[in-house]
Design a protein around this ligand. Structure first.
Ligand code: PLP
Length: 384
């Protein structure tokens, strides 16, 4: 099976929600489940072999973001990585004046932690967001206080694709001695990211968003600050902040996915940009009143958010059996509330509820996109 085949036959344009594993990732994971199944903490030969495989994979994961292997903490995914980054930055019974500065259009795994930190008495502030989804570095500067311990921003927004100016924000936090955490789930492996050049203290990413397996992600913690964070899960002491037996097959699969995307990042980026541009051109021809919510001048080519005036996106999506798309983040779909990202950039509830997100993978092609658009047009006509 390749990326464009699945049991439903639907064309999959929801790669921001999750992606299929590269075939070689599945193969290597299978090998580590069946044959090299030792516990990496065991002293015997099988433990040593698992440990060696994990070390190799950790190197691949670290290399993708320009980090050192000892700065990688494996987690169950980015939700957990975001939780650790924020919770571990504060002592368990700490309260204001210490606090955090967040971005209101970020993922719920950041925002709901922020809400909980505020409930515990910490000072949690939010950055203003422009209509294109960008935060301004100047606003970070004016909102930072001597007590702000951590600023958290998402590199690429998962609903809009907007790229935040993390370089400039990191330069500001570096000068003030504040930590910066970046949720880079939608950028790692897709657009270049080097934590050392950018000056990032913590960075979350997830294997299943970049053609690796579900259930594994990583938090990069810069060696300079690692000793100042509190453990998130106490236990045997493996994996710094988060103890527990390391899942060798998942880590090895994650490592291989990182290696593949690292060695092909620029080609994949060029290819997906051409696909995205083709999709938008064709969509405008076939559905002239489609409005882009995404500002293409400052966004990732892997996602575009589109508004179909007067249409309820839920009705559009649920009856569109041949194309798998979402009206925002998968977690929001169950709630039937307008997306906090779209209302956060100033869209009305009805505009937000008329919007859907198309996410691309470089392994798609123009013919598949044409077919998807024809199904979409048919469905739009049948519900108008
Ligand atoms: C998917 C996603 C997450 C959550 O990642 P999981 O690994 O699924 O927990 C966090 N942030 C962003 C921006 C995402 O797109």
């Amino acid at each position: 099976m390749n990326v464009n085949e699945n049991t439903t036959g639907a064309i999959y344009l929801d790669h921001c929600a999750t992606t299929p594993c590269f075939p070689e990732v599945v193969d290597i994971m299978r090998f580590y489940m069946e044959h090299e199944f030792g516990n990496a903490s065991s002293a015997h030969v099988m433990g040593r072999r698992a440990r060696h495989a994990i070390e190799n994979a950790t190197q691949q994961v670290a290399s993708l973001i320009g980090a050192r292997p000892e700065e990688i903490v494996f987690t169950s995914g980015a939700t957990e990585a975001n939780n650790i980054a924020l919770f571990s930055s504060f002592a368990h019974n700490e309260c204001a004046p210490a606090g955090a500065l967040l971005c209101p259009i970020d993922h719920k795994s950041v925002l709901l932690v922020g809400k909980e930190l505020a409930r515990r008495g910490l000072d949690v502030e939010y950055l203003p967001v422009a209509a294109n989804g960008r935060v301004k570095p100047e606003d970070v500067m004016t909102r930072l206080t001597a007590d702000t311990r951590i600023v958290s921003v998402t590199h690429v927004n998962s609903e809009l694709g907007t790229v935040q100016p993390v370089d400039e924000i990191a330069a500001i936090t570096r000068r003030s001695g504040t930590w910066i955490h970046v949720d880079a789930v939608q950028s790692v492996g897709k657009i270049p990211m080097n934590v050392k050049k950018t000056g990032i203290d913590m960075l979350s990413f997830s294997a299943h968003k970049m053609r690796g397996p579900k259930g594994i992600g990583a938090l990069f913690v810069d060696a300079r600050i690692a000793a100042r964070l509190r453990p998130f899960i106490y236990g045997g002491g493996q994996n710094h902040l988060r103890s527990g037996t390391l899942p060798t097959p998942l880590i090895v699969g994650f490592g291989l996915a990182c290696q593949v995307v690292q060695s092909t990042l620029m080609q994949r980026q060029a290819k997906v940009t051409a696909l995205r541009d083709y999709f938008i051109t064709r969509l405008h021809q076939r559905v002239p009143n489609a409005v882009l919510n995404t500002d293409l001048a400052c966004s990732s080519p892997y996602v575009v958010n589109v508004q179909f005036k007067g249409i309820a996106s839920e009705a559009l999506i649920s009856g569109l059996h041949q194309v798998a798309i979402s009206s925002g983040s998968a977690c929001n779909s169950a709630e039937l509330q307008p997306s906090h990202v779209l209302t956060g950039i100033g869209l009305s509830s009805s505009q937000a509820n008329a919007s859907v997100r198309f996410c691309f993978d470089p392994d798609l092609d123009n013919a598949i996109l044409d077919t998807a658009i024809e199904h979409l047009v048919f469905r739009l006509n049948s519900i108008r």
